[in-house]
Write a protein that binds this ligand. Structure first.
Ligand SMILES: Cc1cc2nc3c(=O)[nH]c(=O)nc-3n(C[C@H](O)[C@H](O)[C@H](O)COP(=O)(O)O)c2cc1C
Length: 414
């Protein structure tokens, strides 16, 4: 039986270990985690979600405080259209996050940025363009276009001098989404360098409806592979979602995948950005503790632990400090849900908003415990400490387990 290490991912002139650690916003896939994947010869992702916030925590900047000070007058206002991002500061934060990561890079692998179109930031096109440009300027090896159809994203970047050299990929969950993207970006005369095919068992937001369980990653991969063959298009395909062991990964490689993208196993690594208390929740979870729900104001279903503090919390929207999900008219589904509850319970001391959550605040505070379907198997990937807690793993241990294991085995730490 083959193992992942029998294969290599070829991207242009570069040959890589075919393991991609997926982007996990807001700083769950940290620079440290991405750097380990790159050091070991694979690909690691940092995320471009809420970068000013991440920069404040990491580099002692004051982007959030300054924005809140500027818009403090609007905090009690239900209308948020006035709350805008300063594009210069957004570029500065991205340059810091990406630049520092790239400076620290060692080894033969690559660092990509996961860029989410759904972060509409009250000016979708302008803010996306700034984020893409700043990441390219700061020397990122590649950009994975995520959470959205990205029909205009290639065009937004086409005047950048690195547009033809940087590695660009897209995440899709169906052949339809892929063909739509290829049709719309054909004008730029550039194909994506890789396509991540994300199935219904992934963590974070899903590219499916609430009927996600009716879909199967392997079937979607085969459908896309056969379509590309018929169209004589050759783009490396990278399946993602529920690939839990090295053997699962090797099976996709034998099916013609160029690499695999994985994330859930790395949520319990020491390099992951989740606080250890939350990582223990991931370890403890059983299958029935995980749900796919519709509380994300993005409109995409999202998988998370049922005991996430974000569920049912009725906090006041924090758009003056954050505001990453405000659409082009300054609206967010959470603001609507919150205002409805305030109108229904004008004298309540504590509100509960069940149908939506303030995702910016809860992701920022690691209170929305988004996770992959197989999170309940994480406990089988480690040993327990004397106090009953689970031992965190090194990213290197997990990476090498994917790379070298066979027979559906998972190597436990020494
Ligand atoms: C905690 C967590 C957060 C995630 N956040 C994002 C994200 O911000 N953007 C994105 O494109 N994908 C996100 N994902 C999806 C992963 O990048 C990856 O494609 C997927 O989870 C792989 O499946 P696996 O977790 O079963 O290995 C997230 C996954 C997890 C587990």
């Amino acid at each position: 039986m083959k193992r992942v290490d029998d294969f290599r991912l070829r991207l242009g002139k570069q040959e890589l270990v075919p393991i991609v650690v997926g982007g996990m916003g807001v700083d769950i896939s940290t620079a440290e985690l991405a750097l380990e994947a790159a050091r070991l010869g694979g690909i690691g992702h940092i995320s471009d979600a809420m970068v000013p916030t991440v920069s404040d925590r990491r580099f002692n900047t004051k982007f959030v405080k300054d924005k809140l000070r500027q818009y403090k007058f609007n905090v009690a206002n239900t209308e948020k259209a006035v709350v805008k991002f300063d594009l210069g500061l957004l570029a500065e934060a991205t340059a810091l996050h990406v630049g520092r990561t790239m400076e620290a890079k060692r080894g033969d692998g690559m660092i990509f940025a996961n860029c989410m179109e759904k972060l509409t930031m009250n000016a979708p096109k302008e803010t996306l363009r700034v984020r893409l440009y700043a990441a390219l300027d700061a020397g990122i090896d590649g950009i994975t276009l995520a959470a959205g159809l990205h029909l205009g994203s290639f065009a937004l970047m086409e005047d950048h001098p690195r547009f033809r050299d940087v590695k660009l990929g897209i995440i899709v969950s169906s052949l339809r989404a892929l063909t739509l993207f290829l049709k719309k970006s054909a004008r730029t005369g550039r194909l994506p360098d890789y396509v991540v095919i994300e199935g219904p068992l992934a963590g974070g937001h899903l590219g499916f409806g609430m009927d996600w369980a009716a879909y199967d990653l392997a079937k979607i991969v085969i459908e896309i592979r056969e379509w590309m063959k018929a169209e004589h298009i050759d783009i490396p395909l990278i399946p993602a979602g529920g690939i839990f062991t090295g053997s699962d990964a090797a099976a996709y490689m034998e099916m013609g995948a160029a690499a695999v993208q994985v994330a859930t196993r790395f949520t319990v690594s020491k390099e992951c950005g989740l606080p250890e208390k939350v990582q223990q929740e991931y370890f403890k979870a059983s299958e029935s503790d995980i749900e796919v729900n519709t509380i994300s104001p993005t409109g995409y279903p999202m998988r998370m632990l049922k005991n996430s503090p974000a569920i049912g919390a009725g906090i006041r929207p924090n758009c003056e400090a954050f505001g990453y999900l405000l659409d082009s008219t300054g609206s967010c589904q959470y603001i609507e849900a919150y205002n409805r509850e305030v109108a229904l319970h004008p004298h309540a001391k504590k509100l509960h908003v069940m149908d939506k959550t303030c995702l910016c605040t809860h992701m920022r505070n690691f209170d929305c415990w988004t996770c992959g379907h197989y999170t309940y198997r994480l406990k089988d990937t480690t040993r327990r400490n004397d106090d009953g807690s689970y031992r965190l793993l090194s990213a290197e241990h997990i990476f090498r387990d994917y790379q070298f294991s066979t027979d559906n085995k998972i190597a436990l730490p020494d």
